[in-house]
Design a protein around this ligand. Sequence first.
Ligand code: SAM
Length: 283
Amino acid sequence: MADRDDALRAALLAHGTSDHYTDPRLYDYEYRDRVGDVIWYRALARDRGRGLRVLELGAGTGRVTLALLADGHHLTALDRMRPMLDRLREKTANDPAAARLTPVLADLRRLPLEDDAFDLVIAPFNTLQHLYTADDLLRCFREVARVLAPGGAFAFDVMLPDLDWLTWDPESRHGVSAFVHPVTGERMIYSTNHTYDHHTQVCHIRIYYDDPTPRSDEFIPPPEPRALVHLAHRQIFPEELRALIPRAGLVLDSLDGDFQGRRLAEEIESMVALCHKPRVHRP
Ligand SMILES: C[S@@+](CC[C@H](N)C(=O)[O-])C[C@H]1O[C@@H](n2cnc3c(N)ncnc32)[C@H](O)[C@@H]1O
């Protein structure tokens, strides 16, 4: 029984770390309005100097990468999903700045990169929530500490666990909205719900794509969705970050809310962490 549960959980995590990243054009469409984080990462890099060597972990289709590239930095864009990196390459195909871009297909827990090679490492938009155990998160932090140059900075944002939202009814649908697929032109209804696994701290989000209903003001989910995308996000609590970051040999300089330096509180959506690697680093 335990074996079967473990196998089911592993299958869910496999889907939860891949499904959402197999249709990069839909990904770009769904997050087209998310800009506050891009402004913040851009300012962070600009304040640290010109022509920085930047590593982006989970770079995806380049939502943040392309802004930093446009500012003259050298970008190593690492991701485990080939479709996402292919889309990034496509976007820069005719851009001379692509000479400063190195896409790398790899895993966050094992970076195929030299020691001390980067001035800045970033992991925007919940990327680290795809590491499903505290050990994996620590492995990633240790890799970051290894590849950062002494004095270099590491910044990332993850969701602040929202205890009310996590325990919503897993059956009801939220965020119901009609949209047109950016490539196929098909009309669809988007909706989500989620189940929180208290044991593993993983929230299993289901994103449903359904056919439009005759009356747009009333959506009754069909028994079988047209398409179902699984997205698994491990919840990371502030104290976990305060414990793991120093264990990796990094210094946590700040842990604030929503890219505005706000204190973590109920209304905050994202935790934004800023760390550095000490000039004398003891792994
Ligand atoms: C939410 S997206 C963020 C993409 C991009 N940084 C952005 O802000 O739009 C998370 C990205 O992390 C990548 N990812 C997830 N787990 C990973 C892993 N273990 N190793 C490398 N990349 C991973 C996904 O493929 C995806 O492109």
